[in-house]
Design a binder for this molecule. Sequence first.
Ligand code: X8Z
Ligand code: ZN
Length: 607
Amino acid sequence: MSQVPFSKSLISLGIVALTSVAAAPVLAKQQAAPAMPASEFIEKFNQDVLPVVDEAGAAQWIRATYLTQDTAVIAAKASERYQAFLSEAVNKAKSYQGQKLDDDTARALNLLLLSTAMPAPSDPDKRAELSRIATDMEGIYGAGEYCLEDGTCMQLQEIEAILASSRDYDKLLELWRGWREVAVPIRPKYERFVELVNEGANEFGYPDLAQMWKSGYDMSVSDFEQQTAKLWQQVEPLYEELHCYVRGELSEEYGKDKVDPEGTIPAHLLGNMWAQTWNNIYDLVEPYPEHSIPDVTPVLVERDYDAREMTEIAEEFFVSIGFPELPETFWQRSMLEKPRDRDVVCHASAWDLNGGQDPRIKQCVEPTAEQLSTLHHELGHIYYYIFYKDLPALYRTGAHDGFHEAIGDTIVLSMTPEHLYKKGLIKALPTGDQAKINQQMQMALEKIAFLPFGKMMDEWRWQVFSGKTKAEDYNKAWWELRERYQGISPADKRGENYFDPGAKYHIPGNTPYIRYFLSFIIQFQFHQALCDAAGHKGELSDCSIYGNKEAGERLGKVLAMGASRPWTEAMFELTGQKEMDGSALIEYFAPLRAWLKQQNKDRQCGW
Ligand code: X8Z
Ligand code: ZN
């Protein structure tokens, strides 16, 4: 449904749609006879939900951009009201169970039962407790800081900047550990959170919240599990090659005593707080230093680009493929800079406020290449909101949530060195095979490195929500998955006195994560299809759809469908395929893969 799906806040509010229809959930109790025909009920819901969501959205926006005691009270209350509205609607929706319904009504009813990532129990006290916990967890994360011995305190973005640039093993470790202190008080809240959302999921008709989250993909839960496992199998060998090569280079940089050339990689050495992307250590692993691709960051700094100008760079790409300019209210109401006088939730998000009329982003923009990519990512969400704003509320969401995440990233895949050079964002354009490998390495550190992280995050939550992982094993289960999927380990013991999952925004923010894993795969499918539509010949990694109206039209059609049809139809519309598939990604990285194999031939890969 509309609102703020892809913001963390609204998600934690539970306003965000999980998208798509799955097999109808098993509903526990037989309900009283419905008061009106199902189609009428859906129509009424689509109307009545709008003011409730507008109010919750406004409260969440103020909360996320102004973290105080008072905004916590207001946001939690508004969330409660929304949850109460939803519980009542869910209860009514269940009364249509067993009726023969037309496809469209059945789909909408199912979407209603999936319309929140945070189903609340209908008991008013528990509902209030849940709202408060969710608001608090996000607030703790948002206001989190780590103070050095000399008394200087740093917030996450400052710490992240050092993690990206420092090569001092001990300093990196101190900051890595320091940030994780922030999550310790979140742990007891999360334990209670799990109990409450599972109770809520039951009332929505699902055995637990894991099953509910996995039901949002127009297929059975077990089919979904199989599909994601299959996608991972497709890309895992490529990840292993990258892991092997990077581990070897890090072992040379830090020494074999610090990085075992045949073991896991210490989690604090990969240039990112969660080791989810590795592009910040590109300089340590650059294949051909004499053919360096210039970095966009220095140009942004030199030209003194402000947050608005950076956002305009992203907007201009979308406009070039025929998309509309952003509305004036977007510029007036978005939060593009970190305020200096108060705490905010800096984690970037896109908000669909006031019934599609008021899209905004919230991002603490800094002049870096990474932030420029994130701006494109967020605008991908914004254009989705704009394109589907006239659909009924229940259909105002992505074909599935991975689609929503993939739009902006698909555009970033078109920001090839040649494109950046033409735009003056880099000052030289190295060519030839070696420059190509450098470029692919940069992309792989961003896209391939992410895949196991994208998969393991929800693997952990699925275990937690299903009860397989008990509260006393939260950290143990977390590090087992980190090791198994990513091949990384903490440098010291991380016992149950810590809560390391809580140091990643989407856990306290309760944003489902498998969507990003799916996105990182299907964005290559989308890129390939749009490049075909644009008539691109040659290697996929050299294609840019900049300025191409055919590609824009193809993409716009899918955005305008929202969730009105099963995602397989949207996929077909865009790519001519009916499934999610890693082949386009594999094709994209073919040159690098051959190179990595060669580099690793004398290495023992795996861990
Ligand atoms: O959370 C985000 C976006 C907002 S939907 C900035 N992303 C994930 C993350 O930061 O962990 C984008 C990629 C993965
Ligand atoms: Zn996103």
